[in-house]
Design a protein around this ligand. Structure first.
Ligand SMILES: Cc1cc2nc3c(=O)[nH]c(=O)nc-3n(C[C@H](O)[C@H](O)[C@H](O)COP(=O)(O)O)c2cc1C
Length: 299
């Protein structure tokens, strides 16, 4: 099978996941091409060379990120081509369930056939830092979900569920503000020049070239931001104030060393039936993954 993995990433969680997926699909003999969306290059790809396409994205505001959707809308998916979705986020709340709504609409319009969709767990690079033991446990669950994905997709087994009304409403309500949010938020971004170390990582790494130095050397922002958070992700001095998001306690943490975390040996479960608060939603996700994994692989 010739398979394209087409994805967008802000802070590289989706890139990491795509690498793992590529390895798994190559292990069953598939020929994999990966394509990371560059928001400044909305080229139209020749998708006719592929038998199947995987679409990967981080959930942004209960939707697919605008840069991803814009790129997908530019493409012409061949009629009847098989597509599967692998999205990821730090929460598995049902509010995220309809995040592929507009992606699926585009695919339906082109006549592509989407029968599989998977929600992977990846630690936040926003708000707060996840404990590394928990990240390790999430990666174990992601491995199981990859097993399920590879099995179901390669055997032509559909897992698409009808979307409930309320996540569809959430997605519809949040999508518009989310799509213009970065442009508006850019007016509020500020770099604390007392903290700034002058490394210019934010300028160099911004995928839309939204950041520049003015004549006085102060770092400033244009108004075509994707809110991918790559600028603050790379900032070694935590000097970037990310506009209106800060009032909700947003803070970008910098990345995780996934290779190191993969090596952690867990001695006890991190998420249990008694887990409460933010991570309560993981109980249901873990349960679903374990159940399906057991059905397929008999453990
Ligand atoms: C602007 C923005 C909005 C986000 N919105 C959501 C959300 O609605 N639901 C959620 O579970 N996670 C949300 N997240 C978290 C990301 O989905 C998560 O950190 C993801 O793994 C990031 O992937 P990436 O590193 O490939 O960009 C959001 C992150 C950003 C930067």
């Amino acid at each position: 099978m010739n398979c394209l993995l087409l994805y967008f990433t802000g802070t590289f969680n989706t890139r990491y996941l795509t690498g793992k997926l590529k390895e798994r699909l190559e292990a069953i003999g598939w020929n994999i091409t990966t394509y990371e969306i560059d928001p400044l290059n909305n080229e139209r790809l020749d998708l006719s060379a592929y038998d199947i396409i995987g679409l990967g994205y981080p959930i942004h505001g209960y939707c697919a990120p605008w840069a991803f959707l814009k790129f997908i809308r530019k493409q012409k998916f061949p009629k009847k081509i098989r597509v599967f979705i692998y999205k990821n986020s730090g929460e598995t709340e049902h509010a995220n369930d309809a995040s592929s709504k507009y992606v699926l609409r585009k695919l339906r319009r082109d006549g592509a056939v989407t029968k599989n969709e998977y929600h992977f767990l990846m630690p936040y690079n926003i708000h707060f830092r996840f404990d590394e033991n928990l990240v390790k446990e999430m990666l174990v669950m992601d491995d199981k979900l990859l097993d399920i994905l590879v099995y179901e997709v390669s055997h032509g087994i559909s897992n698409i569920q009808p979307m409930k009304l309320w996540p569809r409403i959430v997605s519809a309500v949040v999508s518009r503000p989310q799509y213009i949010g970065g442009d508006v938020n850019s007016f509020l971004y500020k770099v604390d020049m007392d903290k700034c170390k002058g490394c210019d990582q934010c300028i160099k790494r911004c995928p839309t070239k939204n950041i520049y130095r003015d004549a006085e050397g102060t770092i400033r922002f244009h108004h075509h931001c994707l809110m991918c958070m790559r600028c603050s992700f790379y900032c070694p001095a935590d000097a970037i104030h990310i506009g209106f998001l800060e009032q909700w306690g947003w803070k970008v943490n910098g990345g995780y060393d996934f290779r190191k975390i993969e090596g952690i040996k867990l001695t006890a479960p991190v998420i249990t039936d008694r887990t409460e608060g933010f991570f309560h939603c993981y109980i249901e996700s873990y349960g679903k993954i374990n159940r399906r994994h057991g059905e397929i692989f008999g453990e």
